[in-house]
Design a protein around this ligand. Structure first.
Ligand code: ADP
Ligand code: MG
Length: 208
């Protein structure tokens, strides 16, 4: 593999195949490149490409990493799972959401931000609340923070909308972007067999 395009510190991280590595450096300093080459290097050292999982925050980074790994190692580079956190979780839930119980099924819908805000607007209307005070923008943002554990106390009306919003999603076999992450975490936390299965599958996990 062509390693001349890495500096000394990047090479040091890339050359570690097993074990935990943390790369801490500023924006634009070459962290994503390091991680990409580390994947390629693992494959060159006969790590099973299917046992590699790399997750990123953006679609752009995931796409670039995928393309780059293929450039570096050829078609074997197609085998690792390289995706955003959200798309990894969406894929995980396609296979595993049944474990959440009824009514969720693998045909679940993903509500994007606009869909979710529409459900909030409808809920606010059903509850005869003032749509200005209970705006879908404010509530969506707030619900997202609550789901991610940044708030635990909602005021009474907000809480009512929150509960109804989640009920609507559940009844419709639908999840929002936050649920993708949270449900995945819940399933892995609460189901040891499932956790073991994924730990067995993905021996090499890289986070961009
Ligand atoms: N050793 C290097 N030599 C030349 N260009 C590099 C090197 N490392 C990274 N780059 C380039 O610098 C830019 C930023 O790198 P990137 O890995 O995206 O940084 P980060 O993820 O830390 O923000 C990219 O265009 C990348 O190809
Ligand atoms: Mg980066």
């Amino acid at each position: 593999m062509q390693m001349t395009s890495l500096n000394e510190h990047q090479l040091e991280a890339v050359n570690i195949i097993d074990g935990a590595v943390a790369v801490i450096a500023g924006a634009g300093s070459g962290k994503t490149r390091t991680l990409t080459y580390r994947i390629a290097n693992m494959i060159e050292h006969h790590v099973d490409p299917r046992s590699i999982l790399a997750v990123t925050f953006t679609n752009k980074a995931a796409k670039e990493m995928k393309e780059r790994v293929v450039d570096l190692v050829g078609p074997q580079g197609l085998a690792p799972v390289i995706s955003t956190f959200h798309s990894f979780c969406a894929r995980f839930l396609r296979d595993e959401i049944d474990y959440l119980g009824e009514p969720y099924t693998r045909h679940y819908l993903i509500m994007d931000e606009d869909d979710a805000k529409q459900v909030i607007r409808d809920t606010v209307k059903d509850l005869n609340l003032d749509p200005n005070r209970y705006s879908s923008n404010r509530l969506k943002d707030y619900f997202s923070k609550v789901k991610n554990g940044q708030y635990d106390q909602l005021d009474f009306e907000d809480e009512t909308v929150f509960v109804k919003y989640n009920e609507y999603l559940k009844q419709n076999n639908a999840v929002d972007f936050d649920d993708l992450l949270i449900f995945t975490l819940q399933l892995l936390n609460n189901n040891e067999a499932l956790l073991n299965y994924y730990q067995e599958q993905y021996k090499y996990i890289l986070i961009d």
